[in-house]
Design a binder for this molecule. Sequence first.
Ligand code: PLP
Length: 308
Amino acid sequence: MSSMFLPPPIQQINSAIADHANVDLYVLRLDLIHPWVNGNKWFKLKYNLLEAKQKNCPTLLTFGGAYSNHIYATAAAGNLFGFRTVGVIRGEERLPLNPTLSFAVQQGMQLVYLNRETYRQRHTIAVCEDLRQCFGEVFIIPEGGCNLNGVRGCTEIIDTAAFDTICVACGTATTLAGITLSLHQGQRVIAFPVLKNGSFLAQEIDSLLRNYLASGLPAPTEPGAWEMVCDYHFGGYAKVNDELLRFSQQFRQAHGIPLDYVYTAKMFYGVMDLLQQGFFAQSDRQRHRLLLVHTGGLQGNVGMEARL
Ligand SMILES: Cc1ncc(COP(=O)(O)O)c(C=O)c1O
């Protein structure tokens, strides 16, 4: 399976702000590993797909909003690896379909819509049974790929001790949990939640880590050190303002790296702001090696730009 994906390049960023802060700045370009199944998505899907194959389950069923990166990637991954796919979408159907859902349908995904109230109940046995009644034998992947298979895949994102700090945008915290489980001695990971009041995620992270370790699934290391910086949500999930849009544009012009507005732009903005505040200063005066994980999500910019 993994042979379909390119190894992610690590790109050094020349930045006067970073230089002044005595920091070497790098970006892990997970956005470049595949045209459609890229970013953290492949890592979250990989072991879900392998389990579905092992169980001879012909159909993947998953959940998401109408602009979801996860729906987009699951549709493409299902098509690549020979699964039928069903996307359960939050809210009413809107025609014409937006670019995310049009792509999913082109990849063969069957869409079904749940009103917001029923969607909130998607974890319950009753709703899952209804879906099984409709679609037969399905392998259910939770929204955002947030399960232990998702965490397991994310333990494979970083395999180097060459960095002091790793920064990642955070939604469900699956990616953060996987990276935390693969840190080397002395490394730490910083999560930038894109939701308002993201500090509630601390409990989620603890429970993801606890459940993962209790599951007996392979963990490359003992969990490393993680922190959260909650000040760069820009008003909440999928909220943007002119400053963020300007920042993304300037960053792309300066470094040739496109950012998505929902996740990576907020994290990159936060990091550049923290650099100016001396947040990453090291006591031993060595240069700090900082790696930003580009988790993809660029497909969402098309729909977002149409709504701005
Ligand atoms: C592009 C992108 N970056 C970051 C994240 C956050 O990942 P997680 O939900 O694992 O915290 C997501 C959501 O899956 C995403 O689509």
